[in-house]
Design a protein around this ligand. Sequence first.
Ligand code: G3H
Ligand code: 13P
Ligand code: ZN
Length: 335
Amino acid sequence: MMSYKNLGLSNTKKMFENAMAGEYAVPAYNFNNMEQIQAIITACVESQSPVILQVSKGARSYANETLLKFMGQGAIEMMKEMAKQKGLKEIPIALHLDHGDSFETCKACIDSGFSSVMIDGSHFPYEENIALTKKVVDYAHEFNVTVEGELGVLAGVEDDVVAEESTYTKPEEVVDFVSRTGVDSLAISIGTSHGANKFTPEQCTKNEDGVFVPPPLKFKILEAIEEQLPGFPIVLHGSSSVPLEAVKIINENGGAIKDAVGLPETELKNATKSAVCKVNIDSDGRLWMTATLRKVFAESPSEFDPRKYLGPARSALIEMYKHKNKNVLGSSNRV
Ligand code: G3H
Ligand code: 13P
Ligand code: ZN
């Protein structure tokens, strides 16, 4: 049993209290490899933002769960050194399991030093979701690890689970769910979805430039949830904006990403002024990494040193994370 506190990690309690009071949201960025974690730490130290490093079940099997855990721990040491070298403050870092699918996965993460876990029982019937979530909370809270639960289903792919359509969170269920499970934060479904095709072309209108304009988020549902749970931290999954610039670079350099539509950053920015305290972003990083790699390969076909193509991809990620912290989530200079 390794306690996250001994590793220098933070749970999300104080992070969310500060985010609620300061009307901003803490970024939760997914990582699967070294360049992604380097970029997240560099960007968040330089913008002085708290950060939640999150790993999915898929990331744990891709990168090897033991190695991934040590990468999370290594991130703390890198952050401390970097802050010292740059004369900046150390930033709070949480290591979080994204979309935990079972008690056993959550327990394994808690036992190995994660400071926060998500148990995603949203695909189960309501009472089963409550029972599973409560079991995880009871275990996690013994070690002061914070737990995120989910009510409502996002359209799109969540690990192995695919939902054709979203089922919005029912505001009348949230008090019962939170009080009976004891969760520390709640992920909700108000129209976002995972991946680079968040809305179908049929769901969108087109602006004068022929660009898809998605339907607005269901802010009324968010308001109703806030009324039911005043001051309670809300989490927004599927919050990538799917930048058209990145999609264009990909498609101009041999890629084929069709009908990509994301969540406009202006809408996300509005959401951060509410009880939304944690915002999950993964796809935007994937898109910028792919765009940069495709461009480098197209422009320098003789290049075969991984540092020469992964390095520029890492630089693009650093810029993107800084932009999110500063201009969208409002988490810059909050440490
Ligand atoms: O929720 C989805 C995240 O983007 C993680 O994706 O399960 O492919 O690692 P993944
Ligand atoms: P995106 O696919 O919009 O980046 O969402 C990521 C996410 O919700 C991870 O849990
Ligand atoms: Zn998610």
